[in-house]
Design a protein around this ligand. Structure first.
Ligand code: FAD
Ligand code: DHB
Length: 390
């Protein structure tokens, strides 16, 4: 097979790029390791920044998001029982869209189907070749009918943290930066009314908690847990009791509980790989960088990579100009590191860290006091949360 752009990974990054390029007449083939049902079964991000929603509209995938997603002008931070509101709209004039990654992915798959996009599921042994050779690159894989090969101009590695693309960059070229946190988030999805109209991020001596949502009938809650915990060891009753214990009494009293539809633990990690380009391979999204989920930056950073890559590829194919592709890695990484900084800051502000000193705890409380006594500090939080400009 032959295509212009071979995309590895059928998560939001790969699907969005494939859909955007298709609309500009650029041919793509997308390879995904799992079935569509498996990809849609993963419950992940819930908060989209303005730039991401604009990309969805440009990809002609924004109608259901605009009809069913909820625009939020702010969120709450609770500090050991005391509630504060972060007014995103007041400080930035912008809002965020609460619309689940599952729905984003479903909308993108449906658009790819509508336009007869080439999306191949259940591929195995994906390998990248000739990335920096004089001859064009190609990708090999196996499917139910045997060994396959795709010749292309460019390979896009949008295959998440564990995919093969980043590993195809030689060790002496790639630099990796990593920070692993000593805890994870236990998440529960339940068919219950959200406890609050806006998200609540709660700092508590028992550990962090987050009250989020997918719609007015679907709630998403998280609690910080030690890395040694297993999701199956947490009964629903134990989860609800612990969540309530970390929320202010009035919020806990109105929390509607119910059976969990999904329950899983996500470890918290920060990770950046540099450069994001190697020859004719371009990395995008979680393949190149991971953030702890606290600042809701992961999917949104994937979106900014796709924005830069999309424009670089349009300029290459439609205008014969390679400036955008040549600048891709540096431009994408500049924004990625700002998302890293913000996610690290918000994670440090809100979580309980084992083995911290009294000094560290005092500093965390002082950071919180400063935040809610300073318009400048709240403006800084707000501008990062709604997303820095591309
Ligand atoms: P992925 O979604 O990981 O997609 C990569 C795809 O590549 C997968 O479908 C995978 O199956 C496929 N693949 C892997 N290996 C191969 C292979 N060998 N061959 C072919 N395909 C392969 N971000 C936010 O912005 N806001 C949030 O509120 C938020 N909350 C989160 C909450 C949780 C609990 C978690 C875990 C994450 C959250 N994130 C959030 C992060 C966000 O989900 C990710 O950043 C996002 O999924 C990245 O998209 P991606 O397409 O780059 O990677
Ligand atoms: C959700 C996840 C986050 O990491 C976050 O900061 C906000 C919301 C969510 O899954 O709803």
């Amino acid at each position: 097979m032959k295509t212009q752009v071979c995309i590895i990974g059928g998560g939001p990054s790969g699907l969005l790029l494939s859909q955007l390029l298709h609309l500009k007449g650029i041919d793509t083939i997308l390879l995904e390791k799992h079935s569509r049902e498996y990809v849609l079964g993963r419950i992940r991000a819930g908060v989209l920044e303005h730039g991401f929603t604009e990309l969805m509209r440009e990809a002609e995938c924004g109608d259901r998001m605009d009809a069913e997603g909820e625009l939020h002008d702010g969120f709450e931070i609770v500090d050991n029982g005391i509630q504060h509101r972060v007014d995103l709209h007041k400080y930035t004039g912008a809002s965020v869209m609460v619309y689940g990654q599952t729905e984003v992915t479903r909308d993108l798959y449906e658009a790819r189907d509508r336009m007869q996009g080439k999306v191949i599921h259940n591929v195995e042994d994906v390998a990248l070749h000739n990335l920096k050779a004089a001859t064009p690159p190609y990708v090999t894989y196996r499917d139910s009918s045997g060994a396959q090969r795709i010749d292309c101009d460019f390979v896009i590695g949008a295959d998440g943290f564990h995919g093969p693309s980043r590993k195809a960059i030689p060790r002496d070229v790639l630099r990796e930066y990593e920070k692993v946190y000593p805890f994870g988030w236990l998440g529960v999805l339940s068919r219950t009314k959200p406890v609050n109209p806006e998200l609540i991020y709660a700092r508590n001596d028992r550990g962090f908690a987050l009250c989020s949502m997918r719609s007015q009938v679907l709630s998403r809650y998280y609690i910080q847990v030690p890395l040694s915990d297993k999701a199956e060891d947490w009964s629903d009753a134990a989860f609800w009791a612990e969540l309530k214990a970390r929320l202010p009494q009035d919020v806990a009293a109105r929390l509607e509980t119910g059976p969990s539809i999904e329950k899983s633990i996500a470890p918290l990690r920060s990770f950046v790989a540099e450069p994001m380009r190697y020859g004719n391979l371009f990395l995008a999204g979680d393949a190149a960088h991971i953030v702890p989920p606290t600042g809701a930056r992961g999917l949104n950073s994937a979106g900014s990579d796709i924005h830069y890559l999309y424009h670089g590829l349009i300029d290459h194919y439609l205008n014969g100009d390679d400036t955008g592709l040549n600048e891709y890695s540096a431009k994408a990484l500049a924004r990625v590191w700002k998302a890293q900084r913000f996610s690290w800051w918000m994670t440090s502000l809100l979580h309980s860290f084992p083995d911290t000193s009294e000094y560290d705890r005092h500093l965390q409380s002082t950071e919180m006091e400063y935040l809610f006594s300073s318009d400048a500090a709240q403006a800084s939080l707000a501008e990062n949360y709604v997303g820095l400009p591309f």
